[in-house]
Design a protein around this ligand. Structure first.
Ligand SMILES: N=Nc1ccc(S(N)(=O)=O)cc1
Ligand SMILES: [Zn+2]
Length: 263
């Protein structure tokens, strides 16, 4: 298959015929993180995620990825610390992945691609009252990126994998409760890179404080295969398209500095 050869992703996947770069955008995401060019910042504090599993509500297929959505009407599931000055509320998490294990992540580390990447999306509840407001503002959002690599089965992920067949098609939704998003974080959350960037899907707004974990989490080959059983297309459409390669290509750094919390 294309995955066996080192075939360059020359064709732009249908979903990316949209605006590949935002005109005038000079802090777009994702990026390649060049380790030797990142700058250690001793001021970076430990991250403090504090997630309440009771705020987990539903899981749905939005035609780009699948989202696990949290009740963000109160400060029950929050993130603070790290590079952040304010308190941020967890609103959803989702993933990006490839058609095979050779690629799929959005960020890369020294050009290394991972088979998938988790994004935990939070908005600044000290400054704004809705995600929709925060998404337009500088430092309105904080997204934690976690790389997935193929290895042992991830027990916490399995509850989520078991629910995926119920949302195969675009716009399908299923109740999904009592899920602790913290179980998807790596054991070491003190080592991360921090930089200012954007959403990686439309509206591509430059409002994100990115926090990319150094340590990947391990998931099994079979768990990733279930991600690939999802569809971009709704039940009504004649031609069904597998939901794979739902990642954006790396964007120019444009002079930004990537800070590291570790030396
Ligand atoms: N419209 N909401 C969005 C939220 C997060 C992201 S991402 N992939 O940057 O975390 C993209 C869009
Ligand atoms: Zn994402």
């Amino acid at each position: 298959t294309a995955c066996s050869s080192k075939y360059v992703l020359s064709q732009i996947h249908p979903m990316w015929q949209g605006p590949l770069a935002v005109p005038g955008g000079d802090r777009q995401s994702p990026i390649d993180i060049i380790q030797r060019k990142s700058v250690f910042d001793s001021e970076l504090k430990p991250l403090v995620p504090d997630y309440d599993p009771d705020t987990c509500q539903q899981m749905w297929n939005n035609g780009y990825s699948f989202l696990v959505e949290y009740d963000d009407t109160t400060d029950k599931s929050t993130l603070k610390g790290g590079p952040l000055q304010d308190k941020f509320r967890l609103c959803q998490f989702h993933f990006h992945w490839g058609e095979c294990n050779d690629w799929g992540s959005e960020h890369t580390v020294d050009r290394r691609l991972f088979p998938a990447e988790l994004h935990l999306v939070h908005w600044n509840s000290d400054k704004y009252s809705l995600f929709e407001e925060a998404v337009m503002e500088d430092n309105g959002l904080a997204v934690i990126g976690v790389f997935l690599k193929v290895g042992k089965r991830h027990e916490g992920l399995q509850k989520l994998v078991d629910a995926l067949p119920a949302i195969r098609h675009k716009e399908s939704i299923v109740e999904f409760t009592r899920f602790d998003a913290a179980c998807l974080l790596p054991s070491n959350i003190d080592d991360y890179w921090a930089y200012h960037g954007s959403l990686t899907t439309p509206p591509l707004t430059e409002s994100v404080s990115w926090i990319v974990m150094k340590q990947p989490i391990e998931v099994s080959h079979d768990q990733l295969a279930v991600f690939r059983s999802l569809l971009f297309t709704s039940a009504e459409e004649e031609v069904q398209k597998s939901m794979v390669n739902n990642f954006r290509v790396q964007q120019p750094l444009r002079g930004r500095t990537v800070r590291s919390s570790f030396s």
